[in-house]
Design a protein around this ligand. Structure first.
Ligand code: ADP
Length: 317
């Protein structure tokens, strides 16, 4: 079942971004030219890929979706670029993970719609490769990144539009839950959708995931309507905690507080102690814990705040 919104008006929340995009899309359409290149930033699951598809739909163009880690060779990017029709969108997720040599192919493509390639080749005496420049159709590159700080300056400077996504409010998430329930074909009352929203860490992907699990529970029990008691019961079975804190976040808090006395402790030490990838800690775990006031990043390291202590105490009692 596809829960992805297709138009800007179906896309819930991120009001500032939508307003800007409406303007840019109208203008590009009137000028009969493609949108300027766009970079979208924000934690995973906030709707970056969805937004790119919505933009393509509103511009009435096709979109090719890829992700930097799956691009293995220069030819992959060249192939993608040459396959784009006039006005099409190329979406590259996790664009900060593109190696510099691949980035360099993008520079002339983004700026002048040119692609420098080497053709021919062969080996030994029969070598006869030559460099040629192809003219590409005008396209829009939409790059998504969880960490804009990791983008190289030359790449970042080639994007005309920067959209910073933030976590969704409980009201917005509750609306997303209701919309998704409608698509799944199940009734849900207001309290239940708010309760799911409160445990979704400001993230639509998590809200939809929780809804689906609660739905599974209700279907298995033969319930036709989701109310807050059923959500509570299902969350209990699923071990969903207050604020939607998951096991990884719990491990982080236990390490920071239990092992390092609440800090300050450096990221390298933390990541070694947790045996967890540093990037996951910085891009997924910490942004949300900072957002809900559990931790802060200081010059001397990560520090646990009062709310985090309270949360652990409650859980341990
Ligand atoms: P990202 O690319 O940022 O990791 P996605 O675009 O994959 O996130 O979004 C995750 C899921 O959340 C999508 O499948 C979509 O159903 C839902 N979603 C995201 N943003 C919204 C929104 N603004 N309104 C409704 N649903 C959304």
């Amino acid at each position: 079942m596809n829960l992805r919104p297709k138009t800007l008006s179906e896309y819930i929340g991120q009001e500032k971004i939508k307003k800007q995009l409406e303007m840019f899309i109208q203008s590009a359409k009137k000028r009969n030219s493609p949108l300027d290149h766009i970079i979208v930033t924000g934690p995973p699951g906030l709707g970056k890929t969805t937004l790119a598809s919505v933009i393509a739909n509103e511009m009435e163009v096709d979109i090719k979706i890829t992700s930097a880690p799956v691009i293995e060779k220069k030819g992959d990017i060249a192939g993608l670029l040459t396959s784009l029709k006039e006005g099409d969108i190329l979406f590259i997720d996790e664009i900060h993970r593109l190696p510099p040599a691949f980035e360099e192919i993008l520079y002339p493509a983004m700026e002048d719609f040119k692609l420098d390639i080497v053709i021919g080749g062969g080996s030994g005496k029969k070598r006869h490769s030559k460099a040629i420049t192809l003219t590409l159709n005008r396209f829009t590159l939409i790059g998504a990144t969880t960490r804009i700080g990791l983008l190289s300056t030359p790449l970042l400077s080639r994007f005309g539009i920067i959209l910073n996504m933030d976590y969704y409010s409980v009201e917005e998430l509750s609306e997303i839950v209701k919309r998704s329930a409608g698509i799944l074909g199940v009734d849900i009352d207001d309290d239940a959708s708010v309760y799911i929203a409160q445990h979704s860490r400001g993230t639509p992907r998590i809200a939809n995931r929780l809804l689906k699990r609660v739905y599974d529970y209700c279907v298995s029990q033969g319930y036709e309507k989701i109310d807050v008691d059923k959500v509570r019961y299902a969350f209990n079975i699923l071990s969903i905690k207050q604020y939607g804190i998951d096991d990884m976040m719990l491990k982080y808090l236990h390490t920071l507080i239990g092992r390092f006395g609440g800090g300050p402790v450096g990221i390298t030490t933390l990541s070694l102690a947790m045996n967890e990838d540093r990037r996951t800690i910085e891009e997924v775990i910490e942004p949300y814990l900072m957002k809900i006031g559990f931790i802060k990043r200081t010059k001397s390291g990560r520090v646990a705040l009062e709310e985090a202590y309270k949360f652990l105490e409650k859980g341990l009692s």
